[in-house]
Design a protein around this ligand. Structure first.
Ligand code: 5GP
Length: 195
C-alpha cells in the first residue's frame, strides 16, 4: 500500500506468529464486510433512538471498535469485564464481574457486544444480570457462535458467523493472552497447546 491510500482494517499486516497458526477460518476482509452488514441493520433498527453499546472485555474490544465506526447512529459505549472460571479453553459457567458498567442502564436501549458464544453460559449470566437493571431493551450482537450455543433463550439478535466447535483465536480472542491482535479468526497448531 502506498502512503496516502485509505487503510482498511482488514489490510493491517498480520504480526509474525511463526508456525502457531494452523488455519484461517475467517479472514480480515470477511469480518469487516459482515460487520458493515450488521451495522447497517442496527442503524435501521435503532433509527432515532439512543443506543448504548456494552462491550464485554477483553475479547470484544476489536469488534466494538470496528462496529462502532460502521454505525450511522450517535451511540454511547461502555464496557464490562467478566471472568469465567474453567480450563484455559472451556468455561464453567461461573462468572465473576471484574469491571462493571459506569452508568445506570435503567430505561436505556442496550446492545451487548460479545466476541463468541460457546456454551452460552457467560451470556446467560450477563443477560440475567443486565435485565435486572431495568433497561428499555436488551439485545445481543455476537461476532461468532458455535453450534452448541444454538439455544433459543440466548436471543443473539445479530450474529456474525458460525464457527465449528473448535477453539479459535484472533480479532480479540486469545489463547493465554496471545493472538488477540490477529486481524482474522484462526485455529492454532496443536504444538501451541503442548508447549
Ligand atoms: P461460554 O460461556 O459461551 O461457553 O464462553 C464464552 C466465553 O468463553 C467467550 O466470551 C470467550 O471469552 C471464551 N471462549 C469461548 N470459546 C472460545 C474460543 O473458541 N476461543 C477463545 N479464545 N475464547 C473462547
Amino acid at each position: 500500500m502506498t502512503s496516502g491510500d485509505a487503510a482498511e482494517p482488514g489490510d493491517v499486516p498480520r504480526p509474525a506468529f511463526g508456525d502457531d497458526i494452523e488455519s484461517v477460518l475467517i479472514d480480515g476482509p470477511q469480518i469487516q464486510a459482515r460487520l458493515r452488514e450488521l451495522a447497517a441493520q442496527i442503524t435501521d433498527d435503532y433509527a432515532g433512538e439512543r443506543l448504548l453499546l456494552v462491550g464485554v472485555l477483553k475479547g470484544a474490544f476489536m469488534v466494538m471498535a470496528d462496529l462502532a465506526r460502521y454505525l450511522e447512529l450517535p451511540v454511547e459505549v461502555d464496557f464490562m469485564a467478566v471472568s469465567s472460571y474453567g480450563s484455559s479453553t472451556k468455561t464453567s459457567g461461573v462468572v465473576r464481574i471484574l469491571k462493571d458498567l459506569e452508568r445506570d442502564i435503567a430505561g436505556r436501549h442496550i446492545l451487548v457486544v460479545e466476541d463468541i458464544v460457546d456454551s452460552g453460559l457467560t451470556l446467560k449470566y450477563l443477560l440475567r444480570n443486565l435485565a435486572a437493571r431495568g433497561p428499555k431493551s436488551l439485545e445481543v450482537l455476537a461476532l461468532l457462535a458455535k453450534p452448541s450455543s444454538a439455544r433459543p433463550e440466548l436471543r443473539v439478535r445479530y450474529q456474525g458467523f458460525e464457527v465449528p466447535d473448535v477453539f479459535v483465536v484472533g480479532y480479540g480472542l486469545d489463547y493465554a493472552e496471545r493472538y488477540r491482535n490477529l486481524d482474522c479468526i484462526a485455529t492454532l497448531a496443536p504444538a501451541v497447546y503442548s508447549s
